[in-house]
Structures are given as C-alpha cells and as structure tokens.
Design a binder for this molecule. Structure first.
Ligand code: FO1
Length: 312
C-alpha cells in the first residue's frame, strides 16, 4: 500500500508514529510543511521537517513539545549573555547540529529534499520525509499590535510575541511561484490513500495545499483526515486563534471544512461524536469516531488504523 501523509509538526509526528505501527509494510511518504522555516543566526531551521524526523526517529521531547529529548541549551544561553533579544528562538545544542548540517549542505548545493533524506537516514527512519517544496514559502501574518499594523513571520507571531497580537490576515508568501518538491506530485498520484495528519489546517496543511498542483493532485485520490480539534480546542498549537481569521469555526466540523472538496473520510474524537451528522452533511465525508488524544504510540496506532479503515 502506498500512503502519502500531509504533515505539520507535533500532531503529525505523533500520528505518523502510529501510522508506521499500523501499516508497517506500507510505503509511506510524508510531505511536510516548510512555511514555518526560518533563518536563525544564519542557519536554516525547518521546524516541521525536524519535528516529523525527531518523532519518527524517536528523538522527540514529548514533555517540552518541541525539539530533541535530552537536549541542553548552553549555546542559546551563552548567546543571551551577549544580547538578550537575540535568542528568542531557542536552538538546543543537539538540534543545532541538525541546522549546521542542513545549512552547510544547502550552501554546498545539496537540495533541501536530499538534506532532509540524509537527516532522516541519520535517525534510522524508513519512511520518506520530503519538504512540500524546495522554494522559499513563508507563512506571514498581518497583525495589529498596540494599535500598529505589523507583518510578522509565523515564528515571530507564535514564539517571539507569544501569539498576543490580533491577527487580520494569513498568507503563504511565495507559494504561487513555488513548485512541489521533486517526487511530490508523482507520490500523490500513485498513492492508494492520502492522509491529512491532525495538524493546524491554516498554517500547517494550508501551505502544503497552496503549492501549485498539490491540491488538485490530492483531490484525485482517496483522502482521509484526522481532526486536530477536539471539543472545540486544538490538541496543540494556536489553531483556535487562526481558524476564525480565515472564516473557519473552531471545531471538528470547521477543520474538515478547511479541506472542502478533498475529504472522503474524517476521523473525529469521541468527545465530538455529536458532530458526526454535521460533518456528513456539511462536508460530505464518511465519519469515524474514536479516541484521538494520542497520549502514547498505542493510541496513535489505533487512530491510524481507524483512519485507514474509514476509507474502506
Ligand atoms: N517553540 C517554542 O515554543 N520556543 C522555541 O524557542 C522554539 C524553538 C524551536 C527551534 C527549532 C524548532 O525546530 C522548533 C522550535 N520551536 C520552539 C517549535 C516551533 O516554533 C513550532 O512549534 C512549530 O513551528 C509549529 O509547528
């Protein structure tokens, strides 16, 4: 079975660990959001690619919710002593090695897809992890902060300013000129199933679908998604603040509506069982209901099995 997963960060990482357990023989390709990527101290940092890699490579820090397990932040702490403002984006000492390797490889002419594959190999990952594009696409937010309009990189909004600003608009800058990374459209075209991971529909999956050709390719395949919204709240991140900005209700129905015209099936949490009929009527998808709060790999495996079964 060939499976393509559209993936953001933490929610996707947890789910993908379940997917490789649920379908160990599947040929899995994770197409990952790069809209969060940023240059930090001259290093290319790709948070969602690294989250998926660290999760699948069993190196992720479940407690902190980002970065590597057994991490230290000595370099970042030292940097703060030079300039307290310079280190708002914390780079762990182990994580730094990933960014150094990536940046050096990119400067030497290696493609982001090839660097990503090299990093995945280092973590012993069998699945294929690919960026959505090799081109620069940046998620930017138009916000009003203290009465002033500002144009922020997603990470500035989320980490530097603690998501405190009033968001007026969200855009994937550069998406219209971007091309899917090599192999992405072929992988989707050959997929027996496309799985939309429980990631933020606006700033994680939205940018992937905004790369020209991707949405149309996905629309041709059987598609199942897992809701990242449970009981009207995101399991992680800031989807509750950003979904209303693009006119989406913060619910398992609203998250499904983000994928209008794509979904054949949608997995929702038991807490949202009452929304089953609305998803069926408003989105036109089959609905599967299960415990989607992925506390451990066993639950994640069950969610993945439910998603795959929902299409058959
Ligand atoms: N999240 C934080 O809350 N604070 C940080 O300082 C931080 C640094 C960071 C460095 C590398 C990386 O790959 C991720 C990092 N994250 C950090 C997580 C990241 O900002 C977001 O959670 C994702 O971009 C959303 O998918």
């Amino acid at each position: 079975m060939k499976v393509v997963a559209l993936a953001g960060g933490v929610g996707a990482g947890k789910f993908l660990r379940g997917l490789v357990r649920a379908a160990p023989d599947a040929d899995l390709i994770a197409v990952v959001n790069t809209g969060d990527d940023m240059d930090v101290h001259g290093l290319r940092v790709c948070p969602d690619l690294d989250s998926v890699t660290y999760w699948l490579g069993d190196a992720f820090d479940r407690e902190r919710g980002w970065g590597r397990r057994d991490e230290t932040f000595r370099a970042t702490e030292e940097l703060r002593t030079f300039d307290p403002d310079a280190a708002w984006f914390g780079l762990g000492d182990l994580d730094l090695a990933t960014h150094l390797f990536r940046t050096r490889s990119l400067s030497g002419g290696m493609s982001l897809s090839d660097v990503t594959a090299r990093i995945a190999r280092r973590f012993g990952i069998d699945a294929t992890i690919v960026p959505m594009t090799e081109d620069r696409v940046e998620t930017r937010l138009d916000v009003v902060a203290e009465g002033r309009e500002m144009d922020l990189h997603f990470q500035e909004y989320w980490i530097r300013r603690g998501a405190r600003d009033d968001v007026k608009g969200i855009r994937s800058e550069g998406a219209e000129r971007a091309s899917p990374a090599p192999g992405v459209l072929d992988a989707i075209g050959a997929a027996d199933v496309v799985v939309i991971c429980p990631s933020n529909p606006v700033v994680s999956i939205g940018p992937i679908l905004s790369v020209p050709g991707v949405r149309a390719a996905v629309a041709e395949r059987p598609v199942v998604g897992v809701s990242p919204i449970v009981g009207g709240r995101p399991l992680a991140g800031m989807a509750d603040r950003l979904m209303p900005v693009v006119g989406l209700e913060v619910s398992a129905v609203g998250a499904a509506r983000a994928y209008d015209g794509l979904l054949d099936a949608w997995v929702i949490d038991e807490e949202d069982a009452g929304l089953r009929a609305r998803v069926r009527d408003e989105v036109g998808a089959q609905v599967a209901v299960t415990d989607t709060v992925m506390r451990d790999d066993e639950v994640a495996e069950h969610v993945a099995r439910t998603a795959l079964a929902a299409l058959t």
